[in-house]
Design a protein around this ligand. Structure first.
Ligand code: SF4
Length: 289
């Protein structure tokens, strides 16, 4: 069996940075004998989260700021609101902020939006990045829209200032952009698209489109709770190639060993050792059968 890796695979820069920040926090925790916490999952990958927990990192929620013993808190790559940051600062936590610089820039753009505009966040209703963008402290009305139908909830009497969750699927966002422009024209209001694009996902998708032409099927490796991993999975399916989403080698379907060429792709938070493990398994498994 031949296994071909996508030309863009593994961590994006923001995730690589977040993981190195967690490791710095763990080191400081050992030096100062302080407990290290992570606010939710720093990145959406089960193996990374397990490894962090093995090193003593405890996952907490915002409401735990009042309960747990103060220590070092790592804020996730998707960003958090100022209010959340303040909660932990007020309780004397050391803060390690792993917010991706691209996400941070988008939060700054929201802060500078004209006061009388409605801020529209295109993204998942429950995605931490969209929620953090919505919770940036400004006087504007803000809402998250995930599909064209949500536009009905936007007030028609204020200009629009639009930002977008960095990993939101581009196909869906194109439809929403068009519908928002039509909404603005119809209501005679201004619209400004201020979304800071992360080209990491687009490069990943382009690489996957190329891979789809070279193999019998694609295995997308990553966390099932990772929206960008699911985005890559759906993108592969849309390319018309048989596709499987797995988070470890145990989940690789056995019937795939009949294929001659398998492609490997990942979301932005899949660790290199998991990719190596699955690649080895596919190659070794073929030799053993
Ligand atoms: S996908 Fe882009 S915006 Fe999101 S963490 Fe990675 S580099 Fe940052």
């Amino acid at each position: 069996m031949k296994v071909i890796r996508s030309e863009v695979i593994g961590y994006c820069k923001g995730v690589a940075r977040a993981i190195s920040i967690v490791n710095e926090a763990i080191k400081l925790g050992e030096e100062l004998n302080l407990k290290v916490y992570s606010l939710g999952h720093v990145v959406h990958n089960p193996q990374i989260v397990n490894k962090m927990q093995e090193k003593g990192v405890e996952i907490v929620e915002e409401s735990d700021a009042d309960i747990v013993e103060p220590g070092i808190i790592v804020l996730r790559a998707h960003g958090v609101s100022d209010n959340t940051r303040r909660k932990f600062l007020d309780k004397n936590f050391y803060i390690y902020d792993s917010t991706c610089p691209i996400v941070l820039k988008e939060q700054l753009l929201v802060e500078r939006a004209p006061n009388n505009s409605t801020i529209v966040v295109i993204g998942g209703q429950n995605h931490p990045e969209s929620i953090a963008l919505k919770n940036v402290e400004t006087p504007n009305e803000k809402l998250i829209i995930s599909e064209v139908e949500d536009i009905i909830n936007i007030p028609a009497d204020h200009d629009l200032f639009v930002v977008m969750q960095s990993t939101f699927p581009s196909g869906m966002s194109r439809d929403i952009f068009t519908a928002l422009k039509n909404f603005a024209t119809k209501n005679n209001i201004k619209i400004e698209f201020a979304n800071e694009l992360c080209n990491s996902n687009q490069r990943r998708r382009n690489a996957v489109a190329k891979l789809a032409k070279q193999c019998n099927c694609i295995i997308v490796i990553g966390g099932k709770n990772s929206s960008n991993t699911r985005g890559i999975y759906n993108y592969c399916i849309n390319q018309g190639v048989e596709t499987y989403l797995v988070s470890n080698k145990e989940e690789v379907p056995l019937h795939l060993f009949k294929y001659d060429v398998i492609g490997l792709a990942t979301g932005t938070s899949t660790p290199p050792f998991v990719i190596d493990e699955i690649e080895d398994y596919l190659i070794r498994g073929k030799n053993e059968t």
